[in-house]
Design a protein around this ligand. Structure first.
Ligand code: GLC
Length: 395
């Protein structure tokens, strides 16, 4: 499947590309976090393609460190994509002006570890560019300097229609026609994110996006041997704990708008700080024991639901206009299973992996699965669901 979704070529400006489409025909472009996950899966069967995909991601942006959420490698966007893709102009652009969950340095490290003697230079060849991307995010997306990055469009976290964005974006959420107004407003502001953040309230310090940032800062520390990156990762962890942790609910919540109002809706994102081993064990164990192991909340028959089953907005099924409203995804399990094991919750980790593997064996590698029945939903032949390779291989 990964092979048949592989695309390579040269753009008119001479830039070479090689990447995996998330799913054909539905998702034909390159998405930042999808490609990070594809590379992690590719390393099991063809590490050269894993490296090529990550190099393509790194080549997709600008020299100042900006890397786009979506890239149209084979032909520039036409007007039909204008309402849905956050491009600079109405037509003619090669990528969006928005970002995706910053997982590139993490994926780079995982692929470098698998590359060994094949390509010994890979580990350090891109330190400058990887660092420039993380610096761009800190510079452009943390205008108040509190250590937490802000997203200006809901889909920048990859969790497009998550119910947690409803109180933040209102009629401008990703699943509503108002979304194009949000995109148009960004165009008029020439995507100056600092200005947008200062002027409007439709933005959020997103827990999952910051967890991804911290994971990449830590990976940069290990790739470069420079402890300054680890200190920056600790600052993100501290900010998450101080500002997003809700002691009463035992969950991490996003902070919305200029007033930084907590958005108290329990989604997979609230649990994602579990992957940060710099956070106190007490908080991490509460995430597991009060939420992941609770059959009314996240302990579902199949995988880990993307929204807590006790939230009124939880919907386990497919919805034409909405995703991330309940179904279980493979990438979220890939992130949470290793810390579950590290903290000693082996039985639950085994259950998450074997239930998803059983669903995929029956219905194929789908975009997501119904957490109650295991039914495969959304796109077929979905790229990052191949992360199951990693999970059954000892994750
Ligand atoms: C959907 C998902 C997003 C993903 C994209 C491409 O929009 O919500 O996370 O990156 O598809 O697979």
């Amino acid at each position: 499947m990964l092979r048949s979704n592989w695309r390579e070529g040269v753009r008119p400006d001479g830039r070479r590309y090689a990447y995996t489409c998330p799913a054909v025909p539905r998702y034909r472009h390159m998405w930042h976090w999808d490609s990070c996950f594809h590379a992690i899966a590719w390393r099991h069967i063809d590490p050269a393609r894993a490296r090529a995909e990550l190099r393509t991601v790194l080549r997709s942006g600008r020299p100042d460190g900006f890397l786009p959420h979506t890239v149209f490698w084979d032909s520039p966007a036409r007007w039909r994509r204008a309402p849905l893709y956050a491009t600079r102009r109405f037509a003619g652009d090669w990528h969006t002006e928005t970002v995706g969950p910053p997982l590139l340095a993490l994926a780079w490290e995982i692929v470098a570890d698998a590359s060994g003697d094949d390509d010994p230079g890979f580990r350090t060849e891109a330190l400058g560019a990887l660092g420039a991307h993380l610096d761009w995010l800190a510079r452009e997306r943390d205008p108040d300097g509190d250590g937490l990055l802000t997203i200006i469009l809901p889909d920048e976290s990859g969790l497009d229609d998550s119910p947690k964005y409803k109180p933040v974006f209102g009629a401008l959420t990703h699943d509503r026609p108002g979304y194009w107004l949000l995109v148009e407003r960004g165009r008029r502001a020439r995507w100056d994110s600092r200005w947008i953040i200062e002027r409007y309230d439709h933005h959020v310090e997103d827990v999952w996006f910051n967890v991804a940032f911290a994971l990449s800062l830590k990976a940069m520390g290990r790739l470069s041997g420079d402890p300054a990156w680890c200190a920056r990762a600790r600052r993100v962890e501290d900010a998450l704990l101080e500002r997003c942790w809700d002691e009463r609910r035992g969950l991490f919540f996003d902070l919305a708008g200029r007033a930084e109002r907590p958005v108290r809706i329990s989604t997979w994102s609230s649990l994602s700080p579990l992957v940060l081993d710099g956070l106190p064990d007490r908080a991490r164990r509460r995430l597991v024991e009060e939420h992941l192991l609770d059959e009314r909340r996240y302990a579902a028959p199949f995988g880990i639901p993307s929204v807590s089953m006790d939230e009124p907005s939880f919907n386990p099924r497919w919805d034409r206009f909405r995703c991330w409203r309940g179904p279980s995804w493979v990438n979220t399990a890939w992130l949470l299973v290793p810390p579950l094991r590290a903290l000693g919750y082996e039985r639950h980790a085994d259950h998450v992996v074997s239930s998803l593997a059983a669903a995929a064996a029956r219905d194929g590698l789908r975009e997501y699965y119904d957490p109650l029945t295991g039914q495969g939903l959304g796109a077929r032949g979905f790229g990052w669901s191949t992360l199951l390779l990693d999970l059954v291989d000892g994750g």
